[in-house]
Design a protein around this ligand. Structure first.
Ligand code: DAK
Length: 260
């Protein structure tokens, strides 16, 4: 697929997907969402890609939401299709077998906050702003905001953001657990890459199992979730990397993981 609205690059096993509609503050129209879906699928299926980074072009926005100009005249059936495309794409991202980091370089509003929440981690620039302002334009979140936000920050805070439409800055987002780390704007991408490199050197199957156990255990009763964890952990013993990790520890040297 040719990309017109995102930039896809790959370096040292790290794929970077950059939302690239700076004139519309990288707002997500259906074309951009389809391109994101294609790029995430490509990352999922390519063993050489170990980590995904999502960010926005320009210095102002990560993603300023779904494209309001495209959405305003949608018929309910078209709105449903747009919403389903977003849900499918974000679930694909969330459950992909490799880590993803949102490097939030500016406004992440509505669909922007929702995309960042489907990533495993959110690293924000000091200038980042988050929010679910849909209520202010006669809507409610449609790409998981009413579901992922309470899971991340708790129901009371999620209701406050979704029902008021207020924006919060990076510091507040950090305080309530929406953001993992904050960096100056000029070092955000570099620091995100540094962290991604660290992840890319870790055993990929173990990363997959860790993510799988958290993702699919989270909503299960504790007994079942515990069983899922046990199965995922036991599977790690089928890999050479587990043998290597433990051997290296006992021999007091750095492990040389092979991804097998
Ligand atoms: N959509 C389309 N264009 C946008 C946009 C957006 N979300 N956000 C910004 N732009 C455009 C502006 O229209 C403007 O275009 P021009 O006038 O230059 O042509 C350009 O980007 C620069 O924006 P501003 O001039 O407004 O820049 P400011 O610095 O003054 O303000 C801002 C920045 C981010 C505070 C402001 O642009 C803003 O409030 N943007 C809208 C934020 C917003 O409301 N986002 C949530 C969108 S709703 C669903 C599927 C999905 C969703 C819901 C349902 N189903 C299909 C049912 C998700 C919904 C949303 O995300």
């Amino acid at each position: 697929m040719d990309y017109n609205n995102i930039i896809f690059s790959m370096e040292e096993g790290i794929a970077t997907i950059t939302f690239n509609r700076p004139k519309a503050l990288n707002a997500m129209n259906s074309e951009t969402m389809s391109e994101l879906k294609d790029a995430v699928t490509l990352c999922r299926d390519n063993d050489d890609i170990r980590v995904m980074i999502l960010t926005g072009s320009g210095d102002k926005a990560f993603v300023a939401g779904a494209d309001i100009a495209q959405m305003q005249d949608l018929e309910p059936r078209e709105a449903l299709a747009f919403m389903e495309l977003g849900h499918e794409t974000l679930r694909l991202l969330e459950t992909a077998s490799k880590p993803s980091i949102a490097a939030v370089n500016g406004f992440a509003l509505g669909g922007g906050t929702e995309i960042s929440m489907a990533c495993d981690m959110r690293f924000a620039s000091e200038k980042a702003r988050f929010g679910q302002p849909e209520i202010l334009i006669g809507l409610i979140p449609g790409w998981g905001g009413t579901q992922r936000l309470p899971r991340l920050i708790g129901m009371g805070r999620a209701k406050e953001l979704v029902m008021s439409g207020e924006q919060i800055d990076a510091q507040r987002a950090y305080e309530i657990g929406l953001v993992n780390r904050i960096y100056p704007p000029e070092t955000l991408l570099e620091e995100t890459m540094k962290f991604a490199r660290k992840l890319s050197g870790l055993p990929p199957f173990q990363l997959k199992m860790a993510k799988h156990s958290i993702n699919f255990g989270y909503d299960l009763p504790l007994d079942n979730a515990g069983r899922l964890e046990v199965e995922c952990c036991a599977q790690c013993f089928s890999t050479q990397d587990q043998k290597e990790g433990m051997k290296a520890f006992l021999e007091k040297r750095k492990p040389g993981y092979k991804g097998r």
